[in-house]
Design a protein around this ligand. Sequence first.
Ligand SMILES: Nc1ncnc2c1ncn2[C@@H]1O[C@H](COP(=O)(O)OP(=O)(O)O)[C@@H](O)[C@H]1O
Ligand SMILES: [Mg+2]
Length: 457
Amino acid sequence: MSLTTCNVHFSPQSDKVIYLSSPLLKQLKLAGKKSIHLKLGNEVITTELRSLKRSGNHLYLSAGVRQLIKVPKSGNVYVLNSGENEVQIGPLVGILSDSGLRSESNPFGGRTNFIKQIIRMGEHKAYLFGFTPSDINWQLETVNGYFLSPQGGWYRKVVPLPDVVYNRLPNRKAEFSTSISSLREKFVRRKIPFFNWSFFNKSDVYKLLDNDPEALHHLPESVSNPTSEKMKEMLEKHQFLYFKPTAGSLGVGIYRLTYHPKRGYFVRYRKGRENVLLRFPNFTGLMRMLQARHGNTLNQYVVQQGIRLVEIDSCPLDFRFHMHKNGKNEWVPAGIGAKKAGRGSVTTHVKNGGQLMTPEQALSRTFGGQADAVLDKAKSVAIKLSEAIERNYPHRLGELGLDLGIDKDGEVWMFEANAKPGRSIYKHPALRSEGRASVSFILEHCMYLSRFQGGNG
Ligand SMILES: Nc1ncnc2c1ncn2[C@@H]1O[C@H](COP(=O)(O)OP(=O)(O)O)[C@@H](O)[C@H]1O
Ligand SMILES: [Mg+2]
C-alpha cells in the first residue's frame, strides 16, 4: 500500500476521466493502466485513466467523475493505492453531532466551534464535515454534510458515507434510543469505524473492570443499586462513601456520606447554589431522607468507597485526564486538568465553586519535590485504565475523560470514565496548547482508522 499526498484539481470535461501526473502514477504503481477504480468514502466508481506530463503529485477530476463520486472540493488530500487497480482519496471524515438549539451559523449548537476547530486543523489532510442523524440518506448511502469555507462559514455538500465517524452526539437519552442504536448498527454493518460508541453509565464501567485485577486495583469499591443493608455494611467498613446517579454528570445528585460511630451519619450534597450538611443519629433517618428525595430512582444509583483526596487549603483536589488514541492506536494523556473543590462542596466541578489548575501547580503544593514522580505515576495509571476499559468494552473507543483522584499516600483512584468528555479544562490559559493537541489526536486517530496513516499495515 502506498500512501502519499496529492493536489486534487477540478477540470471542466464532462466525460468520465481522471488524469494523474506522471510522478503520482509511478508512486501509485499505475503506469500503463487504462482505467481504475476511484474510491471516496464508501463509494467506488470506474473511470478512464490518463497520464499528464507535470511534476509533483496532481490529480485532475473531470466534471463527469465528480458528479458520480461527489468529491467535495479541490486542494490537498491523501491518496492511496487501496487495492487491485484501486485508488482512494480522502479520508472522508464525518463528525456526528446535534443540538436542540440549531441555527444556520451554529448547526451544532454549543459544539459548533469545537467541530470547526477539528475541521480547520484537518483542512489540507482530509475531507472533514459535520452532520446530524437526519442528514444521512441510508437509501442512497449519502450524507448532506456541513463543510467549512475558508472564510469560516458553512456550506452544504452531498458526499458518500464517510470512511470514519467521530461521534459527538450530545444527548445521553437520545443516544440510548432505538433510532440512534440502529444508526450505529448501520455504520458497523458497512464496516465504517464509529467512535466513541456512546455515553457510559458509571455502573457499566465499574462492571466492565470487575474482572480486570490491574484496573480494579485503582477503582474504589463500588456497588450498583445497593440494598440498604449493603449501604450500611459499606458505611461501617469505610466510614466514608460517595452515592452517585449512574447516568449522572456535573456532580448533579451526588451525596457524600460519612459515619462516625459516636456521632452518627453525616450527609453533604449540593442544593441549588448551596452546600447542605445534615446529621442523622441513625441509619434509618439517612435512608428515609434519600428515599424522600429520590424515591424509585434510587435504583439508578451506585455507592462507592470514599477516597481521602489530597487537599489544598483544606479543599479536596482531583484530576481530569483527557485520554486520546493517537495515530498509532495507542492511548496518550493529551490534557490534564487539576480541580480544587469549592469550600464545603461535594465535588470539584467549577460550576460548584471548584477551581481549575495545571497538574504541576496543584501537585507541587501537595507533594512538593515528589510532584513530578506522582504525576508520572498517575499518567501511567491513566493509560493502563484506558487500555483496560477498551479491552473489556465490546465497541470502539478513541477518547476518554477519566476523573482520577490521588490520595495522601500517592495512590491513584478512578471515580468515573466519560466517553464524551467535555473540554472545559482547555479554558485554562496554560492548557491551550494541550487543547490543540487533543484536537490533533482526534484527527490522527481518524486517519489511522480510515487507514490513511503510515505504519498501520
Ligand atoms: N469515591 C469517591 N471518593 C472521593 N471523591 C469522589 C468519589 N467519587 C466522586 N468523587 C468526587 O466527586 C466528583 C464527581 O464525581 P463523578 O463520579 O466524576 O461524577 P459526575 O458524573 O457527576 O462528574 C469527582 O470528580 C470527585 O471530586
Ligand atoms: Mg465526573
